[in-house]
Design a protein around this ligand. Structure first.
Ligand SMILES: [Zn+2]
Length: 269
């Protein structure tokens, strides 16, 4: 239940970020013909994405203060705010990088090939606010260049060097990381607090929980794995066999195969 609510929250946030990305791309493409450089500065992108992500990230970290083991005194409030700011910067930097790469891709394509921009506008409108703009642009290349695309010098850039990615998926993964990172921090802070007061740590163990939701089928064999709180889980991807040592589900230090949009949970006790 918890993970399906989280999933919905992430997707709503992902939707907003994707619409933001697409509006910037559409504006850039439409004004390309008029030879106006409509590329927003990195500083502006950063500022706007910061405002878009801030409520979500802060809400996640604010939850730490409602833990029964953590005082909501000013020291902890400051600590939590610092953790949230740090996380927010990471999230926004990753999104700025992704949007910049998407703009690079569009610019490169428009410089090299002819595209019917009226057609682009029409298709983009029809496909909707979150539709992948690379696919829209691919559909409105002129016949001449479609033929060119069949040659080895064509526009068919191999997928591994193609920089355009749907930002909603990126946002969903970043948000999931934010949720799990803040959850781990809440347990860690409660332990640190107890140590400072000379009390036993409230959390000494943690357990990996496979939820059977969303993209989580790959982690079934890890269900119930229990380790000491500050140890790593040894997590195997059931489909690919890839093994990572992970502090918590969605630990960003693990490989893409084990950390990307995983809806596993963790229980500390
Ligand atoms: Zn998982």
């Amino acid at each position: 239940m918890k993970s399906s609510i989280e999933k919905r929250e992430n997707q709503t946030q992902g939707y907003k970020i994707q619409v933001f990305n697409n509006n910037i791309i559409d504006d850039f493409i439409q004004r390309f013909e008029e030879e106006i450089n409509a590329r927003p500065s990195v500083a502006l992108l950063f500022e706007e994405l910061w405002a878009l992500n801030q409520p979500f990230v802060f809400k996640q970290y604010q939850r730490i203060l409602s833990s029964p083991y953590i005082d909501s005194d000013w020291v902890n409030q400051m600590l939590v705010r610092n953790l949230a700011n740090q996380r927010l910067n990471e999230v926004v930097n990753a999104e700025v990088e992704r949007i910049s790469k998407n703009l690079d891709y569009m610019q490169e394509t428009l410089n090299k090939y002819d595209a019917n921009l009226q057609e682009y506008e029409k298709i983009a409108k029809r496909e909707g606010k979150t539709a992948n703009r690379k696919k829209v642009l691919d559909q409105c290349r002129t016949e001449k260049y479609r033929t060119t695309a069949l040659t080895s010098y064509g526009i068919n850039i191999p997928s591994h060097v193609n920089t355009y990615r749907d930002l909603d998926l990126t946002a969903e993964a970043l948000n999931r990381q934010t949720q799990m990172g803040s959850e781990w921090s809440s347990y860690d802070l409660a332990n640190r607090r107890a140590r400072l007061q000379g009390l036993p740590e409230p959390y000494t163990k943690k357990q990996w929980i496979w939820t059977n939701r969303g993209e989580t089928t790959r982690h079934k064999s890890n269900d119930g794995q229990t380790v000491d709180f500050y140890d790593y889980f040894k997590i195997i991807n059931d489909k690919t066999g890839r093994v990572d040592m992970m502090l918590y589900p969605h630990d960003p230090n693990a490989s893409y195969e084990n950390s990307w949009i995983c809806y596993c949970q963790m229980r500390a006790f």
